[in-house]
Design a protein around this ligand. Sequence first.
Ligand code: NAD
Length: 451
Amino acid sequence: MIVTIVGTGYVGLVTGACLASHGHTVRCVEVSEERLRSIAAGKVPFYEPGLEDLLRAGQASGRFSVTADLSGAMQASDVSLIAVGTPARGEDPDLSYLETAARQIGGQLRACAGYHTVVVKSTVVPGTTRNLVCQTLEGASGLKPGEFGLSMNPEFLREGSAVRDFMEPDRIVIGQADSRSGDVVEALYGGFHCEKLRVSLEEAELTKYASNALLSVLISFSNELASLCEATPGTDVETVLGCLYLDRRLSPDGPEARIHPEILSYLRAGIGFGGSCLPKDVNALRVYGKRCGVATPMLDAVVTTNALRPAQVVGMAEAALGGVFQKTIALLGLAFKAGTDDLRSSPALSILQALGSRGARVRAYDPCVTPEAAKKAGLNGLCRESLESALSNADAVVVTTADPAFRDADWTRLTAQMRTPVVIDGRNVLRHVRLPEMARYYPIGCGGAIH
Ligand code: NAD
């Protein structure tokens, strides 16, 4: 098939490179000149393992290209995927990129040689595809529904493992305006072997929110449990959750040993969830509920619990140091999780801001975030190039992502370089690391230092 993809962020570029590797001819369209130049030169403009090789292979085979010219990209194309951002704007999701993309695609629909299907991959609340997208396409093309195909196909990839997630999907959800549209999308994924569910447009839209909302519930549940453990002498959230995992309903028996489903990795205490999806999607679902007259007290509580977490970690630093004013604190991790350089709504940035506002001198190191990327995000001069330089003469270190490099570091050497060896572990990644005697180690979810 000839596939046009509008938007080359995590979703658009991963989808494009993966579909090209499945034999489709993919033409990506991007408005950002900087991003376009980078991709055309075979360079992925963000950190995503395995994507650059796939992109270059697609370019070498002639099956992947990127352009600013939508009309050229849609010539003789069978299907257009919309993968533009839907960021939060105040309470509501900002649908302006989506609307623009739909208008631009609509303007080209008549010029497409045959029946053309438009697929929304961006995350949108129920009704957006049928109303905003469909009406915009109709208005711009003068075509009636049925004269073009329409589908909503939510994306479940995770940053950091996006290529694997896309190439080995657990399910493909195909929201269809009619069965002809669904057939086109099913054919697009013909080479992918997993269950393909044909559902309504609204069910497809809601499925994505349901999936992210569930993850946020598990994270906030674990974090609330961590706070309760922090207030209960003699308890440790790792032990309590460890006992919980062994419930056979969570870890069923396998042929040889217990199966530990990946979902358990969300039942972990930490510094709260962030990133470009979970916070905005949970919020969008709450606002959607409000509009429908449906209260969402559970999601409201998830957000409240999540918002408390960074301040609790800052409180640990204050208690450990007797105040953070004019103290030098190293943050290990800036992105919202390990394995990505995405700084959007990162809880590490909330910690950084809170420490800064209390007069601490903060510096940071994140193996995935280059100093240039940090500078672009307004974090100029704060990034260090190594663990050593971040920790040198620091009064405390706060671990904010579970990057394996932090667990595997030589902590005897690192803490020896610190002014005071105070280690606050916001992800409990150093629990099994042997720290020197003199280090004061404060894991989350457990009252007081444990070394
Ligand atoms: P992103 O912001 O990283 O990328 C969007 C890209 O679209 C940008 O490069 C932007 O310049 C481009 N763009 C915007 N309007 C355009 C237009 N009219 N023509 C051409 N290019 C245009 O976004 P993302 O993280 O890839 O997310 C895209 C959507 O997918 C969002 O709705 C998001 O919620 C959803 N999603 C994201 C992830 C994730 O992990 N990032 C996972 C699943 C779903």
